[in-house]
Design a protein around this ligand. Structure first.
Ligand code: SF4
Length: 427
């Protein structure tokens, strides 16, 4: 029987020692997730309860949205607004009433908490319950924290999906649930490949609209599409769902392993699997090969940022010939990224959390060919002669599955090519 399970190296990284750091970190806060979540959930509104800083972050990060009907905003709470908590709650209620009166298209409203102490003092969970009662059945109000004190940027999505899980209806239906916000074009590809294997029904969390919200129960099988959904996965499991354990669908190999794990769960034959995946697998391999010419033999260093670092290191080392020097991730949950750690050959430093100065020292000492990091670290590293890739691009660009595998490899090849061209010109 053909087996599509990838061959692990003689020694992988699952049991490698982890450098745990709890110092200063340089990452965006969880509010950033609103930028991609609001595109996905078309009748949702994200009301950030925060400061002018939060409003600026959203406006600058989502500047493109000025041409569209906005689906997020900021209720700015300042100290002068607060005669007491009762006033703040009343102000929030008034703000929500005004918004919902103006925008009857909103069916789900998320109150998103932030850092300022005035906001931390507010009980947004209770506010969400109070406002749900007031606006039922038209609108469900939920809350989560996107605060930079509690969340790194992809954790905002985890917190958002996690707050939805207890509200999902019960179902006994045997179904596949794809959990994680994918760009629509990528989600369509996933659903189309899996449907062609005969798997149905397939539901998605988050759904495009409140009316399409999936149910969950003991016969729900969950395939995570993103490696940062720790809390969401735990809560789905608590609702009885089975969480599949698989490498994440980055690159040809990762996508095949992810699809094969789902296919086995649903009893798809190797012949059917081959019929559906042979052509896109070949396309993906060919597309990756073009970028591999640049990436082969080059070293890479990941600062902890998007939580995609471990699956991406697996893809870049196994399919593009790169050498990982250090792979840092904000959190390492082996239940979720264990299959990727199994496939990542031992050797790189595996680091969890951050102490930015110590990590910068290690990066300077290693002088990797490419460093993946946040915006704040990229400029100083570039000034020091190192090539960098902004981690945030990996979240904003469609990178999952076969058809995007070449683009994913290309994202890493581009800064290396640019530096080669510059040094040719200088030379
Ligand atoms: Fe800044 Fe905190 Fe607002 Fe994020 S939530 S923009 S870290 S103040």
């Amino acid at each position: 029987m053909t087996d599509y399970t990838p061959q692990p190296p003689a020694a992988g990284c699952r049991n490698a020692p982890i450098v745990k750091e709890r110092g200063q970190r340089e990452v965006f806060c969880g509010l950033t997730g609103i930028i991609w979540l609001h595109r996905k959930m078309q009748d949702a509104f994200f009301l950030v309860v925060g400061s002018r800083t939060c409003a600026h972050l959203l406006q600058s990060a989502a500047g493109v949205m000025i041409f569209a009907e906005p689906r997020f905003g900021t209720a700015i709470l300042e100290e002068k607004d607060l005669a007491g908590l009762a006033d703040a709650n009343a102000e929030l209620d008034r703000e929500v009433d005004r918004l919902l009166a103006r925008r009857p298209d909103i069916k789900q409203l998320f109150l998103v908490g932030s850092c300022p102490s005035e906001v931390i003092k507010l009980d947004l969970h209770r506010a969400a319950e109070r406002l749900t009662e007031r606006h039922a059945p038209h609108v469900r109000v939920m809350n989560y924290s996107g605060s930079g004190i509690e969340t790194t940027f992809t954790e905002g999505e985890d917190a958002c999906l996690a707050t939805m899980v207890p509200t999902l209806p019960d179902t006994d239906e045997r179904q596949l649930l794809l959990a994680g916000a994918l760009p629509d074009v990528v989600e369509d590809q996933a659903v189309s490949l899996l449907s062609a294997m005969g798997i149905e029904p397939i539901r998605c969390l988050p759904a495009h609209r409140a009316a399409e919200t999936p149910g969950v129960g003991a016969n729900t099988v969950v395939a995570l599409t993103q490696p940062f959904l720790n809390e969401t996965a735990a809560l789905l499991e608590r609702r009885g769902a089975k969480i599949l354990s698989a490498p994440f669908p980055f690159g040809e190999e990762g996508t095949t392993a992810w699809l094969w794990t789902i296919a086995q769960e649903f009893g798809v034959s190797p012949e059917t699997f081959a019929k559906v995946t042979d052509a896109p697998r070949a396309r993906a391999r060919k597309a990756i090969a073009a970028a591999r010419e640049t990436l082969d033999g080059k070293s890479i260093f990941f600062f902890p940022d998007s939580q995609l670092e471990i699956p991406l290191a697996r893809f870049l080392t196994r399919e593009c010939g790169m050498k990982a020097v250090e792979v840092g991730a904000p959190f390492i949950n082996k239940q979720i990224v264990g299959p990727d750690l199994d496939l990542l050959e031992e050797g790189p430093v595996i680091a969890e959390g951050q102490d930015v100065d110590l990590q910068l020292d290690r990066c300077h000492a290693a002088r990797p060919d490419l460093t993946v990091c946040g915006l704040g670290l990229a400029n100083p590293l570039e000034a020091d002669g190192l090539s960098t890739k902004w981690a945030i691009e990996l979240v904003f660009t469609p990178v999952h599955l076969y058809e995007q595998a070449g683009d994913l490899a290309g994202l890493f090849a581009r800064p290396l090519r640019r530096r080669e061209i510059l040094s040719d010109l200088e030379g």
